[in-house]
Write a protein that binds this ligand. Structure first.
Ligand code: GDP
Ligand code: MN
Length: 447
């Protein structure tokens, strides 16, 4: 009670400099208030303890709601395991094309990639090739690529196409000065390719207009081939036909982490979009997220932090590496996907940030497809530097532990021929095998 005297005085405009003794006295009210708080807390400790337990329980429930419930059976096994006699049929049976977007300067890599695809797959199946470029094709590109395809055996139709200007370049609502400023700033922050305007045009094209290119409109299925890849197993069945037969819409070989700084606002905008359009949450969407461990309501207060949704939960940045894709183009031409792409395009993040077609396609698949419509080509060995994917099946023990794609980093893969899923694979020990964390989370939606 005696302490009441030390209530703080109201602030005066000209505060005098306090002497040490006075200073100590002035500080006392704060000490007093703390003590009073401690005493109140001590009196109400039961209430506080219950509050703390409730918050903790809420966090536990919240985190558990992000666990993906694995199905009882594998909903997405490989279409084939090992080799079979490829059914020689050089007039294609699915309405499909192999498609490569490239520059004339990519010719060396393009020839190597094409040789790999022809040798491992297309010499037996003879699917047509379509080449897309924003510039006129050089004579050298056409001759060398044409030769690589015919040398590889199997007659394939080849078309060299250019991209109409309306599909490549800035849309009129982009402030180009602003965009170039962002690009320069991203380049200073060492975001790869972000300083190159053409890379942004490419990502935007691949995210949307690609599927409406006149040369592709007559095809339903496509296999994307980049000029810097290699397939390390033989593909002895028709993946397009199997996709169709198994009701799959999108296929990938590698799932990995995006660098958050390339797409800082993409996830937040899509989370808002998902809410506004009332799109239900699929288990694949959940698998691409990590829960916040902060208690309610604190976690809602951090919604503004990069890659979080309005509830404060986080995109874990897992996505499919879209330099390989086998997909149903009707999906990308659907009203739902068009609406989704228009929303992103109007936002401008393809230019003001560096949205890649990989996170865009991946989050679209997570939003708009059933998880079992997404296929992992677990039997396709694939290299796109700096990573590769090698095709080995998990053991029963690994499966139980949720290691759905075995961690092959630093392991001698030649030691487990019995676990090989592909046909005649030659996993390259010099190239880093991709870490399986994203795979495991995504695969748990289907197996
Ligand atoms: P990364 O895979 O992200 O490292 O990038 P790449 O350099 O492999 O480019 C991705 C794909 O887009 C490749 O097929 C490139 O040939 C193609 N590409 C990139 N920029 C351009 C461009 O300006 N014009 C054309 N025609 N193709 C491009
Ligand atoms: Mn590439």
């Amino acid at each position: 009670m005696a302490h009441r005297r030390f209530r703080p005085a109201s602030p005066s405009p000209s505060l005098p400099v306090l002497q040490p003794a006075e200073h100590a006295r002035a500080m006392r009210p704060a000490t007093y208030r703390t003590r009073r708080l401690v005493r109140t807390a001590a009196r109400n400790w039961r209430l506080l303890a219950i509050g703390a337990v409730l918050l903790l329980l809420e966090v536990v429930f919240h985190v558990r709601s992000f666990a993906v419930v694995r199905p009882a059976t594998n909903l997405d096994p490989p279409f084939h395991i090992g080799c079979q006699e490829p059914i020689l049929n050089t007039s294609s049976r699915a309405n499909a094309a192999l498609v490569m977007l490239a520059r004339n300067s990519d010719v060396d890599g393009a020839v190597d990639s094409i040789r790999s695809v022809q040798e491992q797959f297309n010499q037996h199946f003879g699917y047509p090739w379509v080449f897309l470029n924003d510039k006129e094709w050089s004579r050298e590109f056409k001759t060398r690529v044409g030769k690589a395809i015919s040398d590889g055996g199997g007659a394939s139709d080849i078309t060299f196409e250019t991209i109409p200007p309306g599909m490549w370049g800035y849309p009129n609502w982009i402030d180009q000065d602003e965009a170039r400023k962002s690009m320069a700033s991203m380049e200073r922050r060492k975001i790869s390719y972000a300083g190159k305007e053409s890379y942004h045009h490419m990502c935007r094209f691949n995210s949307g207009f690609f599927f409406d290119h006149p040369a592709l409109l007559n095809y339903k299925w496509y296999w994307r081939v980049e000029p810097d890849i290699e397939f390390t197993c033989a593909v002895t069945y028709d993946p397009f036909v199997e996709m169709e037969r198994n009701d799959k819409r999108y296929g990938y070989t590698i799932a990995l982490w995006e660098l958050g700084k390339t797409v800082p606002s993409l996830f937040r905008k899509l989370a808002d979009y998902k809410m506004r359009r009332r799109i239900p949450t699929t288990s694949l969407w959940t698998a691409m997220m990590d829960p916040s461990y902060l208690p309610w309501p604190i976690r809602r207060l951090i919604w503004w932090v990069r890659n979080r949704d309005p509830y404060g939960d986080l995109w874990n940045m897992c996505h499919f590496w879209s330099n390989f894709e086998i997909a149903d183009m009707e999906f990308f031409r659907s009203a739902e996907y068009r609406d989704f792409f228009r929303f992103l395009d109007e936002d401008g993040g393809f230019y003001y940030e560096r949205w890649g077609d990989a996170p865009v396609h991946s989050l679209a698949a997570a939003l708009l497809l059933r998880p079992d419509q997404v296929h992992h080509f677990a039997d396709f060995g694939y290299v796109h530097r700096p990573f590769q994917y090698c095709t080995h099946a998990p053991t029963d023990d690994e499966l139980r532990r949720g290691e759905l794609v075995p961690d092959l980093r630093g392991r001698d893969v030649s030691a487990w021929p019995e676990r090989e899923l592909g046909c005649n694979c030659h996993c390259d020990p010099r190239i880093e095998t991709v870490a399986p964390a994203c795979f495991n989370r995504i695969r748990s939606t289907v197996m």
